[in-house]
Ligand binder design. Structure first.
Ligand code: GLC
Length: 504
């Protein structure tokens, strides 16, 4: 039998923004545990929790100061144990984020490195060139990728200066990650989403990069900061540990260029799954969507791995906003949910996608993403996609917290988007997601590992399901068959623009 992760619906929980159990305005682990029935009813098989380890939160947990403990903001190890037990009782797996590219500058290793230059070999410290940094690398968040310490040396940070990059040429770094992996796996965690899985190994002589635009989605194929061959040795090491836990999965965040490069990470002794960001990068355009699907399938097939799909995550604009916002953005997001959930492989749903949330327009003074300051306030960053979930009631904080002072404000006009309102409305985005996930899980028509295109944006699965998307501007005839589900109303029996249908 194939492994559970080859055909799972994963739900990404951004813990700060899911549910707050203790009234401090920030979501936490007990908050997630309290809402597990919601997730079970949605029909998801697994959670991915963004980092909950000890962190000063310079990058909201992606700056880890102790990789083997829970940050008090989110609870403690007991709270995590409770969450795992409660999730497992509902047949929901729990996967966590693992951040191997860097630590927090508050990690004891970095404190030691600052105090004692002879203890710097767990990080990437170098002398500069005169007053200039060792090379011209830029941080993904903006500004230089090097920061100078008082004695004159510089350390590398591909992200914030509070996130020094680890030196993966140091065996101690390998030993430590093994400890961390086993620590969580032994507690019952079902696997890891691996942060910046294409990072970690740097070109040995740290050559200058071509200075083009930077940003998570914008690195070039020849960027010396990422996707260096030595990274695969690290993934093989991680996999050897994971193989002691055959039910546990690794999913890599892999931003690389081309299917061949992507597939390398999914070789049989490396990661189990890789995030394909093809659908995130595609506009709502027939050709782009079809190419995204073909490439997503082809990349996974090259490695014999299961394909994965996602429409958004905590780093990119939400799909409703990407597709133009308003009613049209929602219609398109609904249609793309059906496309994604029809495809072979595993699907990742970012919390709030199932409510059709847009990005929030946030005022400057509440922005927290380090991208805002590091870009010299030219890029607003990712906060708009990270606003807390609206659960119930008619005004902020919509049942997310007992405190009105949530870590990011929830827009007052989200009242129609609450879980409570959507559960009562059979035409809501939430109702669509629940029906779609239920059908996908329960019907043999969804079987199969490949698709056949039978129209420009209409495909059939080997099991018989047909998914038809109208990405054009005029209604189109439906393919023959019985309609199982449509993402929006038909017009005169035809599939309206910005709409998708499932037929058998
Ligand atoms: C990944 C995370 C992102 C984080 C960055 C640095 O891209 O998804 O949120 O800021 O890595 O750890």
């Amino acid at each position: 039998m194939s492994q559970w992760w080859t055909r799972a619906v994963f739900y990404q929980v951004y813990p700060r923004s899911f549910a707050d159990s203790n009234g401090d305005g920030v979501g936490d682990l007990d908050g997630i545990a309290d809402r597990l029935d919601y997730l079970a009813d949605l029909g998801v098989q697994a959670l991915w929790l963004n980092p909950v380890m000890v962190s000063p939160m310079a990058d909201h947990g992606y700056d880890v100061a102790d990789p083997r403990d829970v940050d008090p903001l989110f609870g403690d190890l007991d709270a995590l144990d409770r969450l795992i037990a409660a999730a497992h009782a509902r047949d929901i797996k729990v996967t966590m984020d693992l951040v191997p590219n860097h630590t927090s500058s508050a990690h004891p290793w970095f404190t030691e490195a600052l105090a004692d230059p002879s203890r710097r070999d767990r990080y990437i410290f170098r002398d500069g060139v005169g007053d200039r940094p060792p090379n011209n690398w830029l941080s993904v968040f903006g500004g230089p990728a090097w920061t100078r310490v008082p004695d004159g040396q510089w350390y590398l940070h591909l992200f914030d200066s509070a996130q020094p990059d680890l030196n993966w040429d140091n065996p101690e770094v390998f030993d430590d990650i093994e400890k961390t992996l086993r620590f969580w796996l032994d507690r019952g965690v079902d696997g890891f989403r691996i942060d910046v899985a294409h990072g970690m190994a740097k070109s040995p002589d740290l050559p200058d990069m071509a200075l083009t635009e930077t940003g998570l989605l914008r690195s070039r194929a020849d960027d010396p900061r990422f996707d260096n061959d030595d990274v695969h040795e690290i993934h093989r090491f991680i996999r050897r540990v994971l193989d002691d836990y055959p039910e546990a999965v690794t999913v890599g965040e892999i931003w690389v260029h081309g299917n061949e490069q992507f597939a390398k990470y999914l070789r049989s002794d490396e990661l189990h799954l890789g995030f394909s960001f093809r659908l995130v990068q595609a506009d709502f355009d027939a050709e782009e969507i079809r190419a995204a699907i073909d490439n997503g399938l082809a990349a996974a097939a090259l490695a014999g791995a299961a394909p994965t799909w996602t429409l958004s995550n905590h780093d990119v604009p939400r799909e409703v906003t990407r597709y133009g916002g308003g009613a049209r953005g929602v219609a398109r997001a609904r249609a793309m949910a059906l496309v994604m959930l029809a495809l072979p492989g595993s699907v990742f749903i970012y919390n709030g996608s199932e409510l059709g949330l847009p990005d929030a327009d946030l005022p400057d003074e509440v922005l927290q993403d380090p991208v805002w300051e590091r870009s010299g306030r030219t890029e607003r960053g990712r906060d708009g996609a990270r606003v807390p979930m609206p659960w119930s009631g008619t005004e902020p904080p919509f049942g997310f917290s007992s405190s009105p002072d949530t870590w990011l404000p929830i827009p007052a006009d989200w009242a129609p988007l609450t879980v409570e309102r959507q559960l009562a409305d059979p035409d809501s985005v939430l109702a669509l997601y629940r029906r779609a996930i239920g059908l996908r899980a329960g019907r043999t028509e969804f079987d199969g590992d490949d698709i056949d295109w039978i129209g420009a944006t209409t495909f059939r699965l080997p099991g018989g399901l047909i998914c038809a998307l109208n990405a054009g501007t005029t209604p189109v005839a439906l393919p023959a068959g019985e309609v199982l589900l449509v993402s929006g109303p038909l017009v005169g029996g035809k599939l309206a623009p910005d709409t998708a249908a499932w037929l058998v």
